[in-house]
Design a protein around this ligand. Structure first.
Ligand code: CTP
Length: 400
């Protein structure tokens, strides 16, 4: 997704520097080239050797290094990147950037660059909230620097609040969204995926066979075209789409809530196999055997997330896509389902056991819209996802 993109990654000296190792790994996995630069303080937390080994490139540390200057001067180093990322960005480096100081390699590169700069602040909560840092933040914003995080949370120093560095996956997502030049650049798409687990009691639940493979593939395909994806997923087996903003949930009710929180969006793709029913009054304690007496479960219907988003009076995504997993009369049932729920498209598939689609790696779908039904040949879930993402890009593009 980031192939042929070059990131100049500046690591400044905070405890969150260890997370920059994971960021390098994720960036490399997406095909990016990473040129790492460490401040002196950063080297107290991570070594140039580990950074360089992961990046597969030399780690730069010194402003006055004759060998480096002979190979690639610091001005050139600051210009070859598609994006300069500072992660973690300490209060100190933010201060230097805001003042335009250049007393080491990292700050000099930041002053000399003509490339966009994104920073992921990480510091103690009091330092973050200090008027000086907040002033620097405003200055940097007006200089065009973009920010990812900081997040709220427990901090290494034992305090709680804003100041914790954004997770590497979130930083990757922000980088991907910034660098993408695909047709979905600037579009936000919500994808639901996986099964839901509806509790019976604290140890038992009702679930279904969805692996989440199709949902993950759709999220990846949309991101490859430049979309920013919020991925709301039940407990799935498929790997999470790296670079998406992942919201893990268990139940249908939690999924509904997470989708509402994730809106507004330009499009929403509901690939989750949401449980239609939950146990009406799940037991708070484990249900015990009772001398051969069988327990009876009463069900309540879950709210239909797809229908409720499709029928929103205000703020409805421009394009709402549902799935119809059917075993009989696939086309007729799916066509009726599209009209009933009010979504724009239904991706219909036959999940009869003999098709091997549920939990398998292939899919054979029909894309149903208000005025057409397009049958796609059986292909991998990845290819199905690519084709669907391309159609979504075409439609959102037409409407802008
Ligand atoms: N869906 C949803 N919320 C629910 C149930 C389903 O968002 N509570 C969405 C699914 O993500 C899918 C679509 O609705 O996109 C179709 O789901 P499906 O289970 O096939 O259809 P149902 O509405 O359950 O109809 P039926 O059980 O009669 O087939």
């Amino acid at each position: 997704m980031l192939s042929s993109k070059r990131i100049l990654l500046i690591i400044s000296g905070g405890i969150a520097a260890y997370k920059s190792l994971e960021l390098i790994r994720l960036l490399k996995k997406q095909g990016a080239d990473v040129t790492p630069v460490l401040t002196k303080a950063a080297q107290e937390f991570v070594t140039p050797l580990s950074v360089s080994a992961l990046a597969g490139e030399k780690a730069y540390t010194d402003l006055f290094d004759l060998t480096d200057e002979a190979e690639m001067g610091h001005i050139q180093l600051s210009r070859v990147a598609d994006l300069v990322v500072v992660a973690p960005a300490t209060a100190d480096i933010m201060g230097k950037m805001a003042q335009g100081r250049a007393d080491d390699l990292a700050s000099t590169l930041l002053l000399a660059t003509d490339t966009s700069v994104m920073i992921a602040p990480a510091m103690n909560v009091r330092m973050w909230e200090h008027p000086a840092t907040q002033r620097n933040l405003q200055t940097l914003r007006s200089d065009g620097v973009t920010f990812v995080g900081p997040n709220d949370g427990d901090m290494a120093c034992g305090e709680f609040g804003p100041g914790r560095m954004a997770e590497p996956a979130e930083i990757l997502e922000a980088i991907t969204a910034t660098l993408s030049d695909g047709p979905l650049k600037g579009k936000h798409i919500v994808v639901t995926s996986g099964p839901t687990h509806e509790p019976i009691d604290p140890v038992r639940y009702i679930a279904n066979r969805s692996s989440g493979a199709q949902g993950s593939a759709i999220a990846n395909a949309l991101m490859a075209l430049g979309a920013r994806v919020t991925f709301v997923t039940g407990p799935a087996d498929a790997p999470m789409p790296e670079g998406a903003s992942v919201v893990p949930v268990q139940t249908a009710a939690e999924m509904m809530n997470a989708v509402q929180q994730a809106l507004p969006a330009d499009a929403a793709v509901f690939a989750a196999a949401v449980a239609d029913w939950r146990v009406a009054s799940a037991s708070g304690s484990k249900i015990k055997k009772d001398n051969g007496k069988l327990p009876s479960l009463e069900f309540a219907e879950n709210q239909d997330i797809l229908a409720s988003v499709s029928q929103m009076k205000q703020g409805r995504p421009e394009l709402v896509v549902g799935f119809a997993a059917e075993t009989d009369d696939v086309l007729a049932n799916a066509t009726a389902k599209r009209a009933r729920k009010g979504c724009d498209w239904i991706v219909a598939n036959d999940v009869s056991p003999e098709t091997g689609i549920m939990g398998g790696s292939e899919n054979a779908v029909t894309l149903i819209s208000a005025d057409s039904a397009e049958e796609w040949p059986r292909m991998s879930k990845t290819e199905t996802a690519r084709k669907l993402a391309a159609q979504i890009a075409l439609t959102l593009g037409e409407n802008t």
